[in-house]
Design a binder for this molecule. Sequence first.
Ligand code: MN
Length: 288
Amino acid sequence: MFEAYPALRTSLGALEIRRALPRRERRLVGPWCFLDRYGPLSFSDGTPMDVAPHPHIGIQTVSWLLDGEVLHQDSLGFEATVRAGGVNVMTAGRGIAHAERTPDANRGRLDGVQLWVALPDADRNIAATFEHIAEVPRLELRGGAAQVFMGALGGVTSSAAQFSAIVGADIDARDAITLPLAREFEHALFVLAGEGEADGERLAADTLYYLAPGRDEVLLRGRVLLLGGLPFPEKVLMWWNFVARDPGEIARARADWEDGRFGAVTGYRGGRIAAPPLHAVAPPNPAS
Ligand code: MN
């Protein structure tokens, strides 16, 4: 009934991830252009997430956790640990570098998603910034609730900067709930824990389900990630961690990173990630 896209298994350093966006057949859902799912996992030592400094342009990165901690550090000097219930949103605009890792003080668990939002052409060259929201707003519904970390849902709006009409929410429905949707949006569903259902259909794990525009609601049960937005009207070019419009911009951003023009993430101990060769045949694996 829904278009279903199984996630690809890949890795980010030591961390195993399931990549649900982009897929060849489904590159965007609204402005959402990247979805990595990792965990749940337990660990007794080390840092399962340790993504050394790397650059971004043209997107917002959105870090949402179900459990554990991720420490964000960037080239503007922002530093913030995100935990379940909060969100880290970095607006890369024309360029920023950041590192994300499990902090030394941690509870030994990690469970979350890393998301990117493509910025519209009118906004994608703005100055970079970063927001940490310790507790996102909740939409209470009969039988469950939604934590709204990006955009708006059912009249509840996240304070995170948004540049397109968008929604990003973590739904937790013990009983089936009727979730209001913006009719003009397209949406994606992705089960975050246990079993999920949409309109009475069982949702498989690690699978992105696509809902075309024209819906006023969906009947949901379980712990489910909801992403959505107006169909993005621009064609974007993704290469490594950059989202642009043409290959020249990608080449310039790559040279800027290699020549140190993104600035240093001074809070991070350790080296940085070198850009892959531009002539690589396959698109390089992003460092999210
Ligand atoms: Mn990143």
